[in-house]
Design a protein around this ligand. Structure first.
Ligand SMILES: *[C@@H]1O[C@H](CO)[C@@H](O)[C@H](O)[C@H]1NC(C)=O
Ligand SMILES: *[C@@H]1O[C@H](CO)[C@@H](O)[C@H](O)[C@H]1NC(C)=O
Ligand SMILES: *[C@@H]1O[C@H](CO)[C@@H](O)[C@H](O)[C@H]1NC(C)=O
Length: 476
């Protein structure tokens, strides 16, 4: 975060918390004593001093500039990042309350796909929260060799997500700690998680409750012994998971890679538009600064492995709307109401499909499909291990103006959860309207006139089960 963003961000936190955007829009220079006190604390100086006043005014000016620049750019494209910034919680307030800092929970290495790892991580955080303990920063896995333990390539959490940012965004809710925080004064308590059919949700919950009091609670470190947290029983509502996910911010190095991919997509989109405008109006838009072009992202699961998996799933579950063929996906995406043509369609596909020209052909006129190879960004991906590649694709999809995925995919489901949450924070509560900003769709479920069904996460669901394992109940 640069200084500009920092001040903007801090000021917003203050503004929100002092009701600046409430019914009467107070301006800071007429603000009350409490607000002044907070502002003073923020800048670490007295508001009476000239420097400090100046600092405050500059901040306020930057803030309004940022709001004006970002919120009202033409073509209605609002940058995802900036919204994130606007809506993020303040990191400066209530820093003393919350999770204990001298008691810790340790969990096994987190494995499997990016999204299973995210869910497992959140589950570890929520377990720690239940025990009122700081979670010792766990290892994620950079590779996907889940059957060959020795090839799991542990990667520290803070190589992927920002550690400090996580703690400030999740302040008071869950907390991550480093091994250097340990005092090692008491031996570690091993908490064995059960498994198998006899290990019910109730038994699991009872075990956690018991560990949160009495003699076990005296240990500095509780170490959970058992399989991947993704397999642990779920005791928490979707809202709690969402609260943890929103604190996961990619480290700058990876975020920059995602930025590069997104700007490449938008750049191509701009060129496509310029071409059509030139043809239509016979005027040359060259030189004029064109606004960023919107794009559609489709998480297209049509590779052989998935097709086998989803056919099995269809048979086992008796649900027929899990698999979609290439043709079905292309046709449904083409039927989405309100798409502006021409537009770039970013295809998030498995690497095995990068040489398969059939995913690029057959799209409706005006939709221009690109995958990472055709975009010329595969070099960006190739530099990184599996987990990071997946994180970049995730980012590109979640920032898309329109996202289309499969409701039986964890990857798609987590993207829709994040998009739903952003919409809710913008004040859209449970709208399944097609003209919401950042709509998401499930192509495996047909909607009106064979368009994909509009899709929002049910944030009041009592467990994450639907998201972890897929569902065709997608709230809309
Ligand atoms: C954790 O413990 C602290 C200190 O005892 C307390 O203030 C806080 O409310 C507890 N938090 C939770 C989530 O139980
Ligand atoms: C795609 O084709 C290129 C050359 O045509 C080859 O080098 C590359 O390994 C192929 N990629 C995949 C994923 O099959
Ligand atoms: C969302 O989940 C809650 C709790 O499970 C349920 O009562 C409600 O009907 C669901 N809403 C929708 C729109 O599916």
């Amino acid at each position: 975060m640069n200084d500009h963003q920092f001040f903007f961000f801090s000021f917003l936190g203050l503004a929100q918390n002092s009701g600046l955007f409430g019914h009467h829009m107070d301006f800071p220079w007429q603000a009350n004593a409490d607000f002044k006190a907070r502002l003073s604390r923020l800048f670490g100086c007295h508001l009476t001093s000239v420097t400090c006043k100046l600092l405050a005014l500059v901040t306020i000016a930057l803030f309004f500039r940022a709001v004006l620049l970002h919120s009202f750019s033409a073509y209605g494209v609002m940058e995802w990042n900036n919204l994130d910034l606007i809506l993020s919680r303040s990191l400066l307030l209530n820093s003393d309350v919350g999770i204990r800092r001298d008691k810790f929970l340790k969990v096994p290495q987190i494995v499997w796909g990016l999204n299973n790892q995210k869910i497992a991580f959140a589950r570890a955080c929520l377990t720690a929260r239940m025990l009122n303990r700081t979670l010792l920063m766990p290892s994620l896995s950079a590779s996907l060799f889940y059957k060959e333990i020795y090839r799991l390539q542990p990667i520290s959490f803070d190589k992927v997500f920002q550690f400090e940012r996580f703690n400030s965004l999740c302040n008071g809710f869950v907390r991550l700690g480093r091994y250097s925080d340990l005092k090692n004064q008491t031996p570690v308590y091993d908490l064995q998680k059960g498994s198998g059919r006899k290990w019910t949700v109730e038994r699991d919950l009872e075990q956690l409750k018991q560990s949160s009091r009495g003699p076990v609670d005296k240990y500095e470190v509780i170490r959970i012994v058992g399989k991947n947290p993704f397999l642990w029983h779920d005791h928490w509502p979707v809202k709690d998971y969402a609260r943890v996910f929103e604190c996961l911010v990619l480290v700058d190095e990876i975020a920059k890679e995602a930025d590069r991919v997104v700007s490449k997509i938008r750049q191509i989109g701009r060129k496509l538009r310029r071409k059509t405008e030139t043809v239509q109006n016979n005027f040359d838009a060259e030189g004029s600064s064109l606004p960023p072009a919107p794009y559609v992202a489709v998480h297209m699961r049509v590779e052989i492995d998935w097709m086998i998996h989803c056919k099995n799933l269809e048979q086992r579950s008796g649900i027929s709307q899990i698999c979609s063929s290439k043709q079905e996906i292309m046709e449904r995406v083409g039927n989405i109401v309100g798409l502006e043509f021409p537009t770039v369609v970013y295809l998030a596909v498995a690497d095995s499909l990068l040489n398969d020209s059939s995913v690029l052909g057959g799209w409706k006129k005006g939709l221009h499909p690109f995958e990472k190879k055709k975009l010329g960004v595969d070099g960006i991906y190739k530099k990184h291990p599996y987990l990071i590649q997946s994180a970049i694709d995730y980012e590109v999809c979640s920032r898309a103006d329109v996202f289309v995925g499969n409701s039986f995919s964890t990857f798609s489901s987590l993207i829709v959860l994040e998009r739903t949450q952003k919409m809710i924070r913008m004040g859209i509560t449970s709208s399944c309207d097609i003209d919401v900003r950042w709509p998401s769709y499930a192509y495996n479920i047909p909607g009106e006139s064979n368009s994909p069904q509009i899709w929002m996460t049910n944030m009041s669901d009592s467990s994450l089960k639907a998201i972890s394992y897929g569902s065709n109940a997608i709230s809309c």
